[in-house]
Design a binder for this molecule. Structure first.
Ligand SMILES: *Cc1c(COP(=O)(O)O)cnc(C)c1O
Length: 461
């Protein structure tokens, strides 16, 4: 009991700490309120420690240092830059597409100053905020008009709500997808006030199924790109062009949720081809929606391109106001779309395409340059270069893999806990390095490694 009492008396009073010259700069930086609440929390922690363990915590010999450490941890941004070596290029949990320098500059400018968001400099009229981007999108896709919203999930919701509320929408059973995060086509239909009319079977849907489903209450025929899975074997689907033909014949518009979509033919970069919005428009699809931050490589956004009268319905619907994109998104998207006007430079300027189109040989060459520095530093691990397979991510091209190269770390003691500890240590770095544990090793796929100096600086700390 006596020990307790003398230990308690060693807890410094808040006032005394605040007057301590060592705390002056901390107080200046963080302010009185934050500081007092942190000190009180630390004092409580010490009391509990004494009560349970009958000693002071180690850090009590330097309150100023501990306070500074905790303040730094507390004030760290929730959106910390990381080095993504997971092998997934468009990693949803890491914020998907890295933006082009042109997009970054455009956002900075839009943030700093008033901009002509809905202001027409040559007339007095109030333009609508998607106008400039819609013109650009029409140029790129051949569509008549466009509409921009918060993300592609919002685009799908808005397309359905604005053009098919209270009516039936015909979709193949094989396309009733779940994207993740509770985005399921049947649920979105309900939220949009539409009646889902399923046709065909999981593996086979025919033109005659769509024809038989159309009745007087049918508002739309819809195609959903099965972006995150593939059905193989005895299958049959009706492609957009054929469906558009049926739609024209029966006088029912056809819409398509492309998911990712790509404005360029990816096969020219040695990548698997993803459906292109411009092909859908050319095939006669009335509305096509796709994401801004998947293969397009821009900011989070949902883009709808298509027929003028239908886009006008989307623009006028009350949900558009709730789902609209802000000026920063529009600025980044505009700058990104402009890069597509100069396709020869696209793979150099657009980070998503630059990373996806890196060939395995150049990634391996990079690994060979790095290996000597790294292996000398991690003596407890067998460090090697191994071929690996990167993924595109975000549900784009789910079964395709891109050949790449990784540094792998195998613990010499053979223990899984050593791997976990290494991975945790890298996650705790000022710029965390994120890899993947698989098959008894820690893998760092170097496909997305552009800043080698920062990486080595972190790893060799
Ligand atoms: C990714 C995806 C969505 C959702 O797009 P977000 O931009 O993430 O909201 C919707 N439909 C399909 C088919 C998708 O692949």
């Amino acid at each position: 009991m006596t020990t307790h009492r003398s230990l308690y008396s060693q807890i410094p009073a808040t006032d005394r700490l605040l007057r301590d010259p060592q705390f002056t700069h901390l107080l200046e930086k963080s302010g009185h309120t934050l500081m007092v609440s942190l000190l009180n929390q630390m004092q409580d922690e010490v009391r509990l420690h004494i009560q349970t363990q009958n000693v002071l915590p180690q850090w009590c010999n330097d309150w100023a240092q501990e306070t500074e450490k905790r303040l730094t941890a507390q004030t760290q941004s929730a959106l910390r830059p990381v080095i993504n070596l997971t092998g997934t290029v468009l990693h949803t949990n890491l914020g998907r597409a890295q933006q082009a320098e042109e997009a970054i500059a455009a956002v900075t400018q839009a943030m700093r100053s008033p901009v002509t968001l809905e202001y027409d400099l040559d007339g007095a009229g109030r333009g609508h905020r998607d106008r400039a981007l819609a013109d650009l999108l029409c140029q790129l896709t051949g569509a008549e008009d466009a509409c921009i919203v918060n993300n592609n999930a919002a685009a799908v919701l808005l397309m359905l709500a604005a053009t098919a509320n209270g009516k039936e929408v015909v979709v193949s059973r094989g396309e009733l997808v779940e994207i993740g995060g509770a985005f399921r086509i049947p649920d979105v239909m309900r939220q949009a006030g539409c009646v889902l009319h399923e046709v065909g079977t999981t593996n086979r849907t025919h033109a005659k199924d769509y024809r038989a489903a159309v009745g007087e209450n049918t508002a739309l025929l819809m195609k959903v790109h099965t972006s995150n899975y593939q059905i193989e074997g005895f299958t049959k689907t009706v492609e957009e062009a054929e469906l558009a033909h049926i739609g024209r014949e029966l006088n029912v518009p056809v819409i398509a949720d492309l998911g990712s979509g790509s404005l360029v033919d990816l096969s020219q970069y040695g990548l698997p081809k993803e459906p292109m919005p411009q092909e859908m428009i050319a095939a006669g699809v009335s509305l096509v929606s796709f994401s801004g931050d998947k293969l397009l490589g821009g900011p989070q956004a949902g883009i709808v391109v298509g027929k003028r009268e239908l886009i006008a319905k989307l623009q006028q619907h009350p949900l558009k106001r709730a789902l609209r994109a802000d000026k920063m998104t529009l600025a980044a998207l505009e700058a990104t779309l402009r890069l597509y006007l100069h396709p020869e430079k696209l793979a150099e300027r657009l980070p998503t395409l630059r990373l996806l189109s890196r060939d395995a040989a150049s990634i391996r060459a990079q690994a060979e340059l790095i290996l000597p520095h790294v292996s000398a530093h991690f003596a407890d691990f067998d460090v090697r270069i191994e071929p690996c397979q990167s993924q595109i991510g975000s549900g784009s091209l789910p079964v395709d893999r891109l050949p790449s190269a990784a540094l792998t770390f195998t613990p010499r003691d053979g223990r899984g806990s050593s791997l976990e500890a290494l991975s945790a240590r890298w996650r705790a770095l000022p710029t965390p390095v994120i890899g993947r544990i698989y098959d008894g090793r820690l893998w760092l796929d170097l496909r997305c490694l552009e800043d080698e100096n920062r990486f080595l600086e972190m790893l060799l700390k």
